[in-house]
Design a binder for this molecule. Structure first.
Ligand SMILES: [Cu+2]
Length: 259
């Protein structure tokens, strides 16, 4: 028995090791802390939900294993039959209700924080505007600061790069040309649907310089898996010079790979 549990432990730890999880990712259950404002709002909820699930799972497992181990058939006597146990029935109704209510409250709080968008009229803080349009089979990024027509368009062969200034808010307008797509930056814990004829909005701040993969996460057709892009979080001055390079560009339609 002890050998088996040791083997199980070795298997578990090696699988975590092989999965390439850093200690920080392990703590964040697969996500790194402090990468974006959305990630700040969601990570606690994500960790809390997993811990709750683990505790509930453990208690359930004990409740199953305990009677199997200690209340096996002992003799041929017909066991005592019990009907209705009001305290047990009340507790298994009330406890899950409390768990769901607590998770719901934290979810609603995080969601309100994530959905908050600075009004267009607000002059008090720097907010950049980028439109993200999904189409079969890539992405178009339009930076309002670069002026009209300066759209970066990707292709499956040349996935586009989305530039974001570190530490400054970006207000995204999310649209689609044909079918529903899903703008997804896994590391930032962000997912919002691109819906034809609808303009969704999300605003967030990237907090750490680096390059992060982006994907489409709504099955949108044959080449859905090729709808990739990169998010490049750069310093504010680098972002400005990128916008200037877009303005200086001769082409109306800028290929994603140039970006
Ligand atoms: Cu798509």
């Amino acid at each position: 028995m002890r050998k088996r549990s040791l083997a199980l432990l070795a298997l578990l730890s090696s699988s975590l090791f092989l999965a390439g999880c850093s200690s920080q990712e392990l703590r964040g259950f697969g996500f790194e802390e402090g990468l974006s404002s959305v990630n700040d709002a969601s990570l606690g909820l994500w960790q809390g939900a997993w811990i709750t699930a683990a505790v509930v799972g453990l208690i359930t497992m004990i409740l199953i294993i305990w009677p199997i181990a200690f209340h096996r058939k002992k003799n041929e006597d017909f066991p005592k039959q019990t009907q209705y146990n009001i305290p047990v029935e009340v507790s298994y109704t009330v406890i899950p209700f409390i768990i769901v209510a607590v998770i719901f409250a934290y979810t609603a709080r995080a969601q309100n924080e994530i959905k908050e968008v600075t009004p267009l009229s607000s002059q008090s803080e720097v907010v950049h505007d980028i439109t993200v349009n999904g189409f079969q089979w890539s992405w178009q990024f339009t930076y309002q600061e670069a002026g009209p027509g300066r759209t970066v368009t990707g292709t499956p062969a040349k996935p586009p790069t989305l530039y974001m200034p570190v530490g400054e808010k970006v207000r995204f307008k999310i649209t689609a040309s044909d079918v529903v797509h899903g703008f997804w930056i896994p590391a930032f814990m962000i997912q919002i649907q691109n819906i034809p004829g609808v303009e969704n909005q999300i605003e967030f701040t990237a907090k750490k310089v680096g390059t992060y993969p982006g994907r489409c996460n709504i099955l949108c057709g044959r080449q859905h898996s090729q709808m990739l892009f990169n998010v490049k979080v750069v310093s504010v001055s680098e972002y400005k010079s990128y916008i200037q390079s877009l303005q200086a560009s001769e082409d109306e339609q800028i290929q994603g790979a140039n970006a």
